[in-house]
Structure formats: structure tokens, C-alpha cells
Design a binder for this molecule. Structure first.
Ligand code: SF4
Length: 692
């Protein structure tokens, strides 16, 4: 803004999937005052600590401001030419499946759309996967199995009407603070009850009516037991089931097997009285929302766990009604936008799968040169194929897999051996960028312009506050420039994000064709209105309000899921290692690490242990402790906390080579995945802990 003028901009927070609206007042060249947007339905003026401190993170310290080939600064023209030639040559010599993109829930929807279109419609491979695979792909797989489509059946408005909140595997108070505050307001106003299911006692558990510190991985037993209990107590909704739910043969009989309260309490290792209190609260409160996040999703049985939850809500008719739904709350600001455009290797575009008619339809719409006809590699497999030499050119956008992938040491080895790695990022020095042959400077928050979709599927604008610094460019511009250089000029001739959004909207309508349940043609109506002035909007109304689901027979499905046997601890690896977030940090701290205020909450990475376990190892409060797994090891400062279960350890995910030599959680988890979703099981790695 001209000197002295204060520009007011409505935009969206950079961090989590709550998707809070921000009222920003630009006060100088790189300074801004941040307030919550009182008119944004997601947060109604509130912000958490991370959102509030966004103004401290907009400086240019550490930014990548020019294209780089190796350590040499080059022009955009040269950088684009280099990336285009390397990809074209690799495809010509080894075929389309020898290249891959690894993208991110930090991208805006428009960025995601263009990258997806280039890979799936023109390169001709579906090898584009996203770090959202690590975050919520089990929710996607569970939704598809239960509802026929990846639909989130809840909105934040439901929180205001629920009588019972069941939080499963979610430290909501720290990770989705504004959702948590909204639940607390409902408790205050109407006495809504709160049950927290989490092996750790976290801040979220404070004031809960019941906290069940279940044995990790016993969620299916807990939910199946609850469904059996509902059946015994007459809390099943037979009319809803008759009209709207298909029940496989033998479903109820299998459920009764081992579903009595005492057996469940033993399997889950919780006091039977607490379990009974939870079950009774569930039966007594039809307006129940079950919110779940990484504790459910980041499991080797994550999809089954999601379906144990959807089974409960379907069988009791607690879906499609105000204040009643299962609700997957997403981690990243735009994981949902990625899901909508098809930014996962397993979806095509606009929520379509790879059915031949969908491949043909999208191919027609894009005037595609070469359409991918089958799903591509999911994240863990993708990096394995980089490691074994099958992927020979990789482009990583807005994410840091050298830190965030499971078995990050193996991912580093794969990147080091890959013949060509391009990295688009706004940060100059990231652990992943160190493996790049070409680094492309992308815009950061406060410079980007486009849309994001939050956990309740509300689309909001993210708007630029500042001019692009140095030679940084939007991600969509970078991808489209490479696509044009590869020869696809007219398909990637976008001038501004509105052009891309309108195309995405048209594709949504095009695929809809009146045949599907949800009229996402609403997208088109909005897109054809003034993109610049777009107000936050949520499409889909109340999903399933009519009791119809997007399956061939219009019915949802109960999915038979059984509790997998829980293995006893291994002799050499007696601990179960859990990972998660701190309240005031975000992912690998490239942005939140810039804020001195946010650093105050937790200044270093801690390994949390039960005091009795620590005593047995000779570890005192504040000692250094080594955490080792078969994949790697790292040193953390010990924090003793009775809120840990015996035999378990918890470490934060945030620290990287940039900040410290210790506290490297990413080196520790195995790269095993859920068989349905491909999501890694970060939450339960066999580990050893010892005093340094
Ligand atoms: Fe940002 Fe999430 Fe905090 Fe809202 S709750 S201000 S979206 S980090």
C-alpha cells in the first residue's frame, strides 16, 4: 500500500484445517496486524495462538527468492527449461510412470488443480500424491466404503447443536483450538457432554466427563462394543436402517462376539465403570458428534477404525441430522481442496475415481493428450520407487518429506540417489531442498492468492497482503510454465487463479451431469460470480439429510470390521512410540519457528514418559534420553508425566536438521501403511528408550 495507507484484507489462516478467517490490516511493506474475521463462519472472530502470531512470520528471513540450479542463481526461463527438459527426457526414455509429483495440503486449490491436470491428463501417469496421504487418507477410504463417496457429513454448525462430543485420537485443544473452543461454548451454554478417547492424557481431557486412555490400536474393539451395547439398549434406529443402510449378512452376529462390556474393557485396558459411563452417555444423547483426527487416521488399521465410527452413526441414525455426525477434522489448511480437485494418486478429479467412464469424461474435458487410466503410487510406495530407481524424476512442492515421511532416513537416501529432484518452496534451506537439483521460489502465506477448503468443506479465499518478494511466483504459475514448456500451451494458458478456479468449477459440474447426489454445480455459480469478492461458502448443505447416499442403491453401508489382535511388546523394543504436535508449532516449523512468542510454549523437543517407566530406566526429569527404533534414533529431553500410559513414549513431529541435531521424530516411525488407504501408522512404533 502507498505509504501511510492501511490496506484491509479478508483472508484465511495459513495453518490448520479449521480454516479460520483473518481480518488483516497491512501496515507497511512487510508488516501486518492480524485479527480474527468476525464475519467468517468458521471462527466468528476468534483465532488461536498460531493464527494470532501470523504477523511475526511474514518477514523475508530464510526465504528462497530466486530460482537455483545447484548453488547457481539462474533466470526463471532457464530453470523452467531445465525442469521441462529433464521431465520430458525421462518420460521419453522410461515412460510416464518413471516421473512423479509429491505435493501438499499447503498448496491452494488452484495450485493443486494445475499440478493434477499436468500429471494425470498430459504426462499420462497418476503418480501425484500428497502429504495429505499422511494426514487423512484413511478418512477418505472409510467415507468411500461407508457412503460411496468422500463426503464429510458434518459442519461446524452441528457443534452448536450437539449434546455429546466424542473426541477420538485428537488433542483438539492444541491441534484444532477454535473447534475446541466452539465445543467448550456448547458445553457452557447447554451442558453438552465431552468424552475423550486417547491413550495420552492431554489438555483436551481437562474437564472431560470421561477420558478413556485406551490401549493404542484398540479403537475398533471400543466402537464395536459400543454398537453392540446400543443394540442391547434399543438405541439402534431400525427405520433409518431399513430405508437408508445396507447391512451385510452376519454383521450383527459378528458384532456380539466379544462385544460385552467386560471383554471390551479388558481389550482396551480401561476401567469398566468409565467404559460403561461412555456407553451410557452415547445411548442417552442422540445428538452426538464423533470427531476424529490423527489418532484414528495414522494407524495401520485406520480405515477400519473410521468405519467402526461410521457404523455407529449409521446404525443409530445419527447422521444427516442437526448435531449428529461422524466428523473427520483435517490437519492441513487445504487438505480438503486437494481432495476436491483429485490431488491424491487414487482419485482422478472432482472426487471421481478411475472408472473408465470417468477417465473418458475428464479426458474430454481437459482435451487431454494422454490420460492416466489407473491410480498411481501412494506416498510411501512413491518414495520406495524413488529409492529403487523406478522413479527417475521427482518434483516436490510445498512439503518437506525428508522430515515428515515415516522412516525419513530411507527417504533421504532415496532422494540422494534420484537422478533428478526439483523442489518448489518458499524457504531456501529445508531438509528436502538440500537434495534438490533445482529449487524454485514459491510464494508464502500473505503473498498467495486463491482458495482453500476447510474441514467442514467451506471454501474461502486466501488473498495476498504483500507483493511477491524477489522472483518468487505462485505454485500454479510455476507448474503451468513448465507444462507450456513441455508443449501443452493452450491447456495451461492461465493468467490468474480465477481462470483456474472457474475451470475446476466447470469440471465439477461437467462430472456431476445430474447423476450424482450432490450438486456441486454450486461451485460454478460461485465461480461465475465475482471471484475477487467471493464470500466463504460451504457446498452440499446438510449431506444425507434425505437419507440417500451416493451409492448405486442409494444406501450407505455398514462395513464389518474386526479388532486386530494387539501384539504384546517386543523384547528389544518394549515401548510404543506415539508422535504428535505441540500447541504453538506447525509441521516442520519453517514458519512458526520465526515467531519468538510461539517458541515460548515449548522451547525444545521432549520425550514424554510415565514416571515409573523413567525410574526403571534411571531417567530423571530433564535428563537426555535416546529414543531408538529399528529405523533410527534421536535424543530428546525427558519429560515425566503421569498422563502417559506405562510402556508408551510421545515425541513431537516438528524439529528438523535446521534447528537441532536431536528431537528428530521423523527418523523413527516405520513405513508400514493401512492396506486400504496407504496411510502410514505413525502412532505406534516399537521403540527403545535409554538414558544418554
Ligand atoms: Fe489458524 Fe487453525 Fe488456529 Fe484457526 S485454529 S487460527 S486455522 S491454526
Amino acid at each position: 500500500s502507498p505509504e501511510g495507507e492501511r490496506a484491509f484484507v479478508r483472508t484465511t489462516c495459513a495453518y490448520c484445517g479449521v480454516g479460520c478467517g483473518i481480518a488483516a490490516t497491512v501496515t507497511g511493506e512487510r508488516s501486518v496486524e492480524i485479527k480474527g474475521d468476525p464475519d467468517h463462519p468458521a471462527n466468528r472472530g476468534r483465532l488461536c495462538s498460531k493464527g494470532t502470531q501470523l504477523g511475526e512470520t511474514v518477514g523475508l528471513e530464510g526465504r528462497l527468492l530466486h530460482p537455483m540450479i545447484g548453488e547457481a542463481r539462474v533466470s526463471w526461463d532457464k530453470a523452467i527449461d531445465h525442469v521441462a527438459r529433464r521431465f520430458a527426457r525421462t518420460i521419453a526414455e522410461h515412460g510416464p510412470d518413471s516421473v512423479a509429483f509429491y505435493v501438499s495440503g499447503q498448496l491452494l486449490t488452484e495450485d493443486y488443480y494445475v499440478a493434477n491436470k499436468l500429471m494425470k491428463g498430459f504426462i499420462g501417469s497418476a503418480n501425484i500424491d500428497t502429504n495429505s496421504r499422511l494426514c487423512m487418507s484413511s478418512a477418505v477410504a472409510g467415507h468411500v466404503r461407508a457412503f460411496g463417496e468422500d463426503v464429510v457429513p458434518a459442519s461446524y454448525g452441528d457443534i452448536d447443536q450437539a449434546d455429546l462430543f466424542v473426541l477420538v485420537g485428537s488433542n483438539t485443544a492444541w491441534c484444532h483450538p477454535i473447534v475446541y473452543q466452539r465445543m467448550m461454548a456448547a458445553r457452557e451454554a447447554r451442558g453438552a457432554k465431552l468424552v475423550v478417547i486417547d491413550p495420552r492424557r492431554t489438555e483436551t481431557c481437562e474437564g472431560a466427563d470421561v477420558h478413556l486412555a485406551i490401549r493404542p490400536g484398540s479403537d475398533v474393539a471400543l466402537m464395536n462394543g459400543l454398537l453392540a451395547h446400543c443394540r442391547r439398549e434399543g438405541a439402534i434406529d431400525p427405520d433409518f436402517i431399513d430405508a437408508s443402510v445396507s447391512v451385510p449378512d452376519g454383521f450383527w452376529e459378528a458384532l456380539e462376539d466379544g462385544g460385552d462390556l467386560w471383554s471390551v474393557a479388558r481389550t482396551c485396558d480401561v476401567p469398566p465403570a468409565d467404559l460403561k459411563r461412555f456407553y451410557d452417555l452415547f445411548v442417552a444423547n442422540p445428538r452426538t458428534i464423533t470427531l476424529f483426527s490423527q489418532g484414528i487416521n495414522q494407524s495401520l488399521t485406520g480405515t477400519d477404525q473410521v468405519n467402526a465410527i461410521t457404523n455407529l452413526h449409521l446404525a443409530t441414525g445419527r447422521i444427516g441430522k442437526p448435531g449428529a455426525a461422524p466428523f473427520s477434522i483435517t490437519g492441513q489448511p487445504n487438505a480438503m481442496g486437494g481432495r476436491e480437485v483429485g490431488g491424491l494418486a487414487t482419485t482422478l478429479a472432482a472426487h471421481m475415481d478411475f472408472a473408465p467412464e470417468n477417465v473418458a469424461r475428464v479426458g474430454r474435458f481437459w482435451a487431454a493428450e494422454r490420460m492416466a487410466a489407473k491410480p498411481g503410487l501412494k506416498a510411501v510406495d512413491l518414495f520406495r520407487q524413488v529409492g529403487n530407481g523406478k522413479i527417475k524424476a521427482l518434483w516436490i512442492m510445498a512439503t518437506n518429506p525428508a522430515v515428515s515421511m515415516p522412516d525419513a532416513g530411507a527417504v533421504r537416501a532415496a532422494l540422494a540417489a534420484c537422478p533428478f529432484v526439483a523442489v518448489s518452496d518458499c524457504i531456501a534451506d529445508t531438509d528436502t531442498g538440500r537434495f534438490a537439483h533445482v529449487r524454485l521460489p514459491a510464494l508464502g502465506w500473505g503473498e498467495k492468492d486463491g482458495t482453500v477448503t476447510n474441514s467442514e468443506r467451506r471454501v474461502s479465499r486466501q488473498r495476498a497482503l504483500f507483493a511477491a518478494p524477489g522472483e518468487a511466483r505462485p505454485d500454479w504459475w510455476i507448474v503451468a510454465s513448465v507444462a507450456r514448456r513441455m508443449g501443452w500451451r493452450s491447456a495451461f494458458s492461465y493468467d490468474r487463479p480465477a481462470d483456474i478456479y472457474r475451470e475446476h468449477a466447470r469440471l465439477s459440474t461437467y462430472q456431476n451431469g445430474g447423476a450424482r447426489l450432490f450438486d456441486i454445480g454450486h461451485h460454478a455459480a460461485i465461480a461465475n460470480a465475482d471471484y475477487e469478492a467471493m464470500e466463504p461458502y460451504r457446498w452440499g448443505g446438510t449431506p444425507f439429510a434425505e437419507g440417500r447416499f451416493p451409492t448405486p442403491d442409494g444406501k450407505a453401508r455398514l462395513v464389518p470390521v474386526v479388532q486386530r489382535p494387539l501384539a504384546p511388546p517386543l523384547k528389544d523394543w518394549p515401548f510404543t512410540l506415539n508422535t504428535g504436535r505441540y500447541r504453538d508449532q506447525w509441521h516442520t516449523m519453517t514458519r512458526t519457528g520465526l515467531s519468538p512468542r510461539l517458541a515460548r510454549h515449548r522451547q525444545e523437543p521432549l520425550v514424554e514418559l510415565h514416571p515409573a517407566d523413567a525410574a526403571a530406566l534411571g531417567i530423571a526429569q530433564g535428563d537426555l534420553a535416546r529414543v531408538a527404533t529399528p529405523q533410527g534414533e534421536s535424543v530428546f529431553r525427558a519429560h515425566l508425566d503421569e498422563g502417559q500410559r506405562r510402556g508408551e513414549a510421545f515425541v513431537p513431529i516438528h524439529w528438523t536438521d535446521r534447528q537441532s541435531t536431536g528431537g528428530r521424530a521423523g527418523l523413527l516411525p516405520r513405513d508400514l501403511v493401512d492396506p486400504h488407504s496407504g496411510q502410514p501408522g505413525f502412532k505406534a512404533t516399537p521403540a527403545r528408550v535409554e538414558r544418554v
